[in-house]
Write a protein that binds this ligand. Structure first.
Ligand SMILES: Nc1ncnc2c1ncn2[C@@H]1O[C@H](COP(=O)(O)OP(=O)(O)OP(=O)(O)O)[C@@H](O)[C@H]1O
Ligand SMILES: [Mg+2]
Length: 250
């Protein structure tokens, strides 16, 4: 059988290629967005390898390209040059359908602006992606995840009836629920008070450790970046190796 590009082949020892490969590899990635006078070289010559199971904090000033880096990592934005591998699969040229299926199986995303479905309750926002993935315990899992982020008493609220921090926690519950191998989060504690932010960070790191999840966190919070095994800095679309700090095991 010839494996499809979205299905890493099983190896002889029973492990899949996904387990044997780095979680993320960017090879010489560049991307320009906008046209003419509005064109911006948002990502420039990015090389980045994130081993499976590592936690990495991405820091850098506003407009430096952090969100765009995450969009490329999750296959929601296509590159102009270079290749992107996720868990051993080259996602650079996957079709939208292939990418959506791949994302559903491997990647959890917490968007900077949450992207919750407005006419669904918190419970439905977390459960529906699980249902679509064929889980018949979707609503039980969703209830548990919402409880874990402290929202047990908000499950029937719609996003417009939730505070910004509560919406953020629904987005985190939704991303964690399918136990993705790669969790990508854009300012996951950005709307939270210090204590709630600490609790959510504890939850992210605990869950990542339990499941061997690779964590990629964009943050302006030095405390959160400092909890990652490694941190890198974006500046004007370039990833600064000079700012990479290897902290060893977290
Ligand atoms: N569609 C687009 N067309 C033109 N320029 C764009 C487009 N999308 C993003 N940009 C520009 O790309 C740059 C990087 O944007 P990005 O959202 O990745 O920054 P960021 O580092 O996440 O910033 P922040 O910390 O404010 O969230 C910005 O200068 C932005 O204006
Ligand atoms: Mg951003």
């Amino acid at each position: 059988m010839i494996p499809s590009p979205a299905e890493p082949p099983a190896l002889a020892d029973g492990h899949s290629a996904a387990e044997a490969s780095p979680a993320v590899v960017f090879s010489d990635v560049s991307l320009t967005l906008g046209r003419d006078a509005a064109a911006v070289s948002v990502l420039n010559d990015i090389d980045l390898t994130i081993p499976a199971g590592q936690s990495i904090g991405v820091v850098g000033p506003s407009g430096s390209g952090k969100t765009t880096l995450l969009m490329v990592m999750s296959g929601l934005e296509r590159v102009d040059r270079g290749r992107v591998h996720i868990a051993g699969t080259d996602i650079t040229d996957l079709s939208e359908d292939q990418m959506a299926r791949f994302r559903g199986r491997h990647i959890g995303i917490v968007f900077q602006s949450f992207h919750l479905v407005p006419n669904m309750t918190a419970l439905e926002n977390v459960a529906v992606p699980l249902e679509l993935a064929g889980r018949n315990d979707a609503f039980d899992v969703a209830r548990r995840e919402l409880q874990a982020v402290g929202l047990a008493d908000r499950i029937t609220h719609r996003p417009s009836e939730l505070s910004g921090g509560e919406q953020q926690r629904v987005a985190i519950a939704r991303a964690l629920a399918p136990t993705p191998s790669l969790l990508i989060a854009d300012e996951p504690t950005g709307n939270l008070d210090q204590e709630t932010g600490r609790q959510i960070a504890d939850l992210l790191f605990r869950r990542a450790k339990e499941a061997g999840t690779t964590l990629v966190l964009v943050t302006h919070d030095p405390g959160l970046a400092g909890r990652c095994i490694r941190s890198v800095a974006m500046r004007s679309g370039r990833l600064s190796d000079a700012a990479a700090v290897d902290r060893g095991a977290a």
